[in-house]
Design a protein around this ligand. Structure first.
Ligand code: ADP
Ligand code: MG
Length: 503
């Protein structure tokens, strides 16, 4: 966007004409989406989502935050990130200014403006009136049921509870695929959700990013809500916990803070590692925790590592965290990834995805279920928009960037070793000067694979093969390319080696 598109320096929202606002909204959409990737979904929902862009001046952009406290918090923690992201589109931008105010434009809402606004997809910042950040998700019987038509990933939004919307209706036990890596965590979560009283206290879930911690916690909340609606369940991220705590201290309102957190039957705190090193918040958490445990109320905590690995956490906190059941979720295995993809696809029976595509994705995107799902969603979106049938070729094209990022880093050494092993020759032959077919052909196969599986240049590859010239490497690569067409057994060798190396 050119800033020439946005002439003048409007002093009030009223002067800000529709087109400019639309442009600014679009700009903000991109900026906030990128920032969401950096700060994570939970922080994004808590802090950045309520912001509204209201003015773009020559050197700065003005965002509105609903309260002074939020303004200070965001200015402190997220301004740098926002500025960096704005500069992607407006390189000369100097500052992001955050001011307090409700979004006045929303009082003048007309249906037209509504129409150009982004929709409520979790990945897309949806404008919300006043951007209220209020109470955490206290789920009481009074809560309205979640709308059943919301799109995948949508949060139930805009309830009176403010953030009662933090529960994602898709994250239920029914939608959780159980396999070896997560069966313990699943069984424990199930037990807590089914239990009449307290099962293990606390239940401590830990796992790396995107392996289902939040999913299980939301599932517990939904389940209890259905089974025993009279029980008060509170789900909160550790960051939210800290936010409410600091706000309470600042406004000298710690009594109601304590009431709110200590009056629940089930307290769930997600991503506890966030308060590592935050002493006063930890202290408060510790008191809340002890009081609830003493009164025999259930606590569920998640973190990205085990209690004993939570550095920056006081010893007494760590040891109490380990008192109950500590359950970890292991990295997914191939089977589980296929199962998860199939479960997601079963929800969209009209989309046909060949089995080999499912297996290909499960094979290549291994670290994080969220990314795996995202890749699948992208393929389906592309198919829906462009009308192209879903095939391996299509997937490789559409996901080229993702696949590259997930490509296992294979080294030329790995390749040489594997190839030497396969052909039963010595590793030293890879760099030797011998030209006998029995060693020259495997050497060419290794060169071919080095070109294909690594990002090394021909001269770099040549150096690894006894300082050969890059034209020799090129010749070897071409030779194998030809032979693959005519020599079935060589083609099979290459296929096997490639599979072994990218596993
Ligand atoms: P974490 O909180 O551990 O970072 P999430 O619970 O947010 O991870 O999971 C990331 C995504 O992966 C979510 O969309 C979730 O539904 C999905 N997911 C993770 N594990 C499973 C599973 N076993 N079955 C179905 N979906 C899963
Ligand atoms: Mg999570």
């Amino acid at each position: 966007m050119q800033d020439g598109d946005l002439p003048g320096t409007p002093e009030s929202d009223a002067e800000f004409c529709d087109d400019n606002q639309r442009a600014l909204d679009l700009l903000w959409l991109g900026v906030s989406q990128r920032a969401a990737v950096t700060v994570g979904e939970a922080s994004y929902n808590s802090w950045l989502r309520p912001l509204r862009p209201v003015a773009l001046h020559d050197t700065h952009v003005v965002l509105l935050a609903p309260t002074a406290f939020l303004r200070d918090w965001i200015s402190n923690k997220y301004k740098g990130i926002l500025e960096r992201e704005f500069r992607v589109d407006i390189p000369h931008l100097r500052e992001v200014v955050i001011e307090v105010g409700l979004d006045a434009r929303l009082d003048l809402v007309n249906s037209d403006r509504q129409a150009v606004r982004p929709t409520a997809d979790a990945a897309v910042p949806a404008p919300r009136k006043g951007g209220a950040i209020e109470a955490p998700a206290i789920i009481t019987p009074a809560d309205a049921p979640a709308p059943s038509h919301a799109p995948r990933g949508a949060r139930t939004s805009d309830s009176d509870q403010g953030l009662a919307n933090v529960l994602d209706q898709n994250l239920t036990f029914d939608n959780f695929v159980v396999g070896k890596p997560n069966e313990l965590a699943y069984a424990a979560a199930r037990r807590v959700a089914d239990a009449d009283g307290v099962a293990f206290n606390p239940l401590f879930l830990y796992a790396g990013v995107g392996l289902g911690k939040t999913h299980l916690m939301h599932a517990i909340a939904w389940h209890i809500r259905k089974l025993r609606p009279e029980r008060k369940v509170l789900y909160v991220t550790a960051e939210m916990f800290m936010y409410h705590f600091i706000k309470a201290v600042r406004f000298r309102d710690t009594m109601s803070f304590k009431d709110r957190f200590r009056s629940v039957d089930v307290l769930m705190v997600d991503d506890l590692q966030f308060i590592s090193g935050k002493e006063s918040t930890q202290e408060e958490f510790f008191h809340t925790f002890n009081e609830l445990i003493d009164r025999n109320h259930q606590i569920v905590v998640s973190a990205d590592r085990s209690p004993s690995d939570l550095e920056g956490m006081e010893e007494r906190v760590r040891s109490r965290l380990a008192w109950g059941l500590v359950a970890d979720i292991h990295p997914t295995d191939f089977e589980l990834r296929v199962g998860i993809l199939e479960q997601k696809l079963a929800l969209q029976p009209d989309v046909k995805v060949p089995r080999e595509v499912v297996e290909f994705l499960a094979h290549r995107i291994t670290s994080n279920v969220r990314e795996l799902e995202g890749a699948m969603r992208r393929v389906i979106a592309y198919h829906a928009l462009m009308g192209r049938a879903i095939s391996l070729d299509m997937v490789q094209e559409v996901l080229a960037d993702v696949l590259r990022a997930h490509a296992r880093k294979v080294s030329i050494d790995d390749i040489q070793r594997k190839v030497a092993e396969h052909y039963n020759i010595r590793m030293a032959e890879m760099s030797s000067a011998r030209r006998a077919r029995a060693v020259a052909r495997p050497r060419q196969v290794a060169m071919f694979l080095a070109k294909r599986l690594t990002s090394r240049s021909l001269p770099e590859i040549g150096r690894k093969f006894g300082n050969r010239d890059h034209t020799t490497v090129l010749h070897g690569v071409r030779r194998i390319e030809e032979l693959i067409q005519s020599d079935m057994s060589l083609a099979e060798d290459v296929r096997l080696l490639e599979a072994a190396l990218s596993n």
